[in-house]
Design a protein around this ligand. Structure first.
Ligand SMILES: [Ca+2]
Length: 270
């Protein structure tokens, strides 16, 4: 229900109806009048780059000129270092067949990786990708990012966990909510200028999340980003957000997508 309500109202009649409901102390979501409309964003494509259409993207970040990507699926999971401009995989470590690769994050000279339902994570040497140790966590592993102090982890539920980056022990949680309603399927994450960005699985949308409250502070609609002629029966959903902090570049891609995009956000004025 919350997703329908958070969608842009269609036309002035819907807006007038919302205003009337707000005046009556209600909203169309049934919440209080304190709920405010969440800003909506669309996008402009700045650059288009090649992306490996055989990579079932589960984790993505940018560091020092390269993309780092985790690809999932049993028997096909890997961690890759990828040249942005060409999509060339310059370094790769395959996972054992029993693991479905999920989120990755850099922490100092380590790369931390989750697996989907096996409750096992790997701490790897960042330079070589060699596994140095395993660790365990309860529940599913979906995505990782970090804010400079904590690792930030999603598990497919509305909850986002915070971990001590050295011990990998949980230090807290938030529940992602959109105008009071929990948001399910929180997937690939990226820390961007004090906010958590999260792909919502099986949608073309990215939520901007306040890391202290879990509240969604904006919705980014990427509908139409991958053109119909670039899709095959295999092409899967949007997933993968990376941010080049130094240059302020935002990158997104999807599972088995042949392209990766640098995009610029555009706020909808309606
Ligand atoms: Ca990411």
């Amino acid at each position: 229900m919350s997703r329908k309500c958070s969608r842009r109202p269609a036309g002035s009649i819907a807006i007038e109806a919302l205003l009337l409901l707000a005046a009556a102390g209600l909203t169309a979501c049934g919440g209080s009048a304190a709920s405010e409309a969440v800003p909506q964003y669309t996008y402009e494509v700045v650059h288009t780059y090649p992306h490996d259409p055989l990579a079932f993207t589960e984790g993505l970040f940018y560091w020092n000129g390269f993309l780092y990507e985790s690809a999932g699926q049993p028997g096909q999971s890997s961690v890759r270092k990828v040249r942005l401009e060409t999509g060339e995989v310059v370094q790769k470590r395959d996972l054992p067949d029993e693991y479905f690769g999920e989120g990755i994050v850099q922490w100092k000279d380590k790369l931390v990786q989750l697996t989907y339902q096996t409750e096992v994570g790997f701490v790897c040497d960042f330079a070589s990708f060699a596994v140095e140790r395993e660790f365990h966590y309860p529940g599913e592993g979906w995505a990782l990012t970090q804010d400079g102090k904590r690792l930030i982890m999603s598990d497919g539920t509305p909850q986002i966990r915070f971990w001590n980056p050295e011990t990998l022990e949980e230090t807290g949680r938030i529940t992602v909510t959109d105008q009071g309603q929990p948001v399910k399927n929180v997937n690939e994450l990226e820390w961007i200028k004090g906010e958590i960005y999260a792909n919502i699985w099986m949608t073309d949308r990215i939520a901007r999340i306040d890391p202290s409250s879990g509240k969604v502070t904006g919705w980014i609609d990427l509908t139409g980003l991958l053109a119909p002629q670039d899709r095959t029966p295999r092409t899967d959903v949007l997933n993968g957000i990376a941010y080049d902090e130094r240059a302020g570049r935002l990158f997104v891609t999807g599972k088995y997508w042949p392209k990766l995009f640098e995009i610029r956000l555009v706020q909808r004025l309606e």
